[in-house]
Design a protein around this ligand. Structure first.
Ligand SMILES: Nc1ncnc2c1ncn2[C@@H]1O[C@H](COP(=O)(O)OP(=O)(O)OP(=O)(O)O)[C@@H](O)[C@H]1O
Ligand SMILES: [Mg+2]
Length: 298
């Protein structure tokens, strides 16, 4: 594993990058360099947002993109662990520009709130302080030239999350939803979409994580007691891209393969701003799926 501080040559601020996104959103045209700012999101905890941030980042990097990862999870900033580090690297500051400098791990640039918390077991900051720290991470970082900046967000629709979405609403390329195809997670997907609609942030698509297991015979099977909700057909019926189905597996190489597929399709997927009509339809489909799953369980 290679970890080093970034040399601050040819760096730009996120503010500069944002301007480029606004001009270039959805056109698929390269104007100078651009960064696609993506949020890995789910109002539900433990769905795989951090793993997706890291695995998608690695896959995009393998495909030749320049990738930054920003951990804005205020209560459990675990991105550095998912990157394979035992400790969060200390924050590196460009004192002249008063900007934070990301660290680099195996070609990926990253920054995490964990660097600020140190070894503190629980984060006891009040919400306004957390929000101020998050805004600094969004605006005061000297990223190198990037193609993608993936934000690892916390779960919940707290004031912090709302402030996070507000902070990026104008220049975010799209949200990637990360959910397990269980009835409980599916109900949270509806809530998450509602949140996203209210925040007027486009959706890039959904990753169904822990979507199946692979038996030694190679057969796919469903590993949970609760019934499976087919998120693929929910996406299809409602025009949301299903970016991929990632199995529940201890094999990093299988996960890498799935994320390579997702990364190679990223250019063909366009972010979608949710309309009320679309959401009403989605609610109906989701509600049917969730009710059916609940009945099967009885
Ligand atoms: N497809 C998968 N196969 C096996 N393990 C997985 C998979 N996806 C995630 N995990 C594991 O599940 C746990 C939770 O994943 P992760 O931390 O990415 O979720 P999260 O949504 O970021 O959680 P939180 O809401 O707490 O931030 C981690 O231990 C991770 O390694
Ligand atoms: Mg996480």
């Amino acid at each position: 594993m290679r970890i080093k501080s970034q040399v601050s040559i040819g760096v730009v601020s996120t503010t500069d990058i944002s301007v480029v996104i606004l001009t270039d959103r959805g056109l698929g045209v390269r104007i100078g360099f651009k960064v696609r700012k993506i949020i890995a999101s789910a109002l539900k905890g433990g769905t795989g947002k951090t793993s997706t941030t890291v695995n998608l980042g690695k896959a995009l990097y393998r495909a030749g993109s320049r990738v930054g990862l920003l951990d804005v999870d205020a209560t459990a900033p675990t991105l550095y662990k998912a990157l394979g580090l035992t400790d969060a690297p200390q924050w590196d500051l460009d004192t002249v520009a008063a900007k934070l400098i990301p660290f680099e791990v195996d070609g990926l640039y990253a920054l995490t709130l964990a660097s600020h918390y140190g070894e503190s077991p629980a984060v006891l900051w009040d919400e306004p302080t957390l929000i101020r720290a998050m805004r600094e991470l969004i605006h005061d970082v000297q990223w190198p030239e990037l193609d993608y900046l993936i934000l690892d967000s916390p779960p919940s629709s707290s004031g912090f999350m709302q402030a996070l979405y507000d902070a990026v609403a104008g220049d975010v390329y799209g949200v990637i939803l990360v959910f397990q195809p269980t009835d409980i997670a599916a109900a949270d997907l509806v809530r998450t979409l509602d949140f996203i609609k209210i925040k007027r942030v486009p959706v890039l698509g959904l990753i169904a994580n822990m979507a199946y297991c692979i038996a030694p015979s190679g057969e796919k099977f469903w590993p949970f007691i609760s019934p499976k909700v087919e998120l693929g057909s929910v996406c299809e019926e409602n025009g949301i891209a299903l970016l991929g189905e990632v199995p529940l597996t201890p094999s990093q190489s299988i996960i890498d393969k799935e994320f390579d597929k997702i990364a190679s399709n990223m250019d063909g997927v366009h972010p979608l701003v949710l309309k009320d009509t679309m959401l009403t339809k989605l609610y109906k489909t989701m509600a049917k799926g969730v009710v059916k799953a609940a009945i099967r369980r009885l």
